[in-house]
Ligand binder design. Structure first.
Ligand SMILES: [Zn+2]
Length: 176
């Protein structure tokens, strides 16, 4: 999930291999002009998980990293290597693909894995993002990406690609 300034304004919906939750979430949030929903998906590619932000459609198959990264580019979205050094992560194979960013702070990963991801992003010269990896409500907002952009999907996506993003830990700061 993402925020702008010091409070939560933006959330990304990125279910595993499904975009079913995107449109209903955008519709629900439309009642709140100060909340922006970024549709997306986490694709289980043949080489590891890749998050695409900025789509409410699935990429075409086969779900290789190349196809998914090209798809993200074609829809003006952002491709992010999710939790590279955890289960279902790409690890060093991420170096072989033209992804837009690396998830360097994953709410479900340990510190060692996140540090390795930070090193990967640095050595690839790519922006680092944060993702809660929330699978239930209580896991939301554990970490977030602070994005310096207007409250607009395209503006947020472009800002991430340009590196105007900083991963932040917020564990326990928001409770339900
Ligand atoms: Zn994943």
């Amino acid at each position: 999930m993402l925020i702008s300034h010091s409070y939560i304004k933006v959330a990304a919906v990125t279910d595993h291999d499904s975009v079913r939750g995107c449109k209903p979430t955008v519709e629900l949030a439309s009642a709140y002009p100060d909340i922006l929903i970024i549709p997306g998906v986490e694709i289980s590619t043949s080489q590891g998980d890749v998050v695409v932000l900025g789509t409410d459609e699935l990429p075409p198959r086969p779900w290789t990293p190349e196809v998914v990264v090209d798809f993200a580019k074609s829809v003006g979205g952002v491709s992010i290597v999710a939790h590279p050094y955890r289960e279902y992560g790409m690890g060093d194979r991420a170096r072989n693909y033209k992804v837009d960013a690396i998830e360097v702070l994953n709410g479900g990963s340990g510190q060692a894995a996140n540090n390795q991801a930070k090193d990967l992003a640095k050595s690839m010269g790519l922006p680092g993002t944060a993702g809660s990896d929330a699978h239930q409500v209580s896991e939301l907002f554990s970490v977030f990406s602070q994005v310096d952009a207007a409250l607009d999907v395209d503006a947020v996506l472009k800002a991430i690609k340009k590196g105007f993003v900083s991963p932040q830990a917020a564990r326990g700061s928001i409770r339900f």
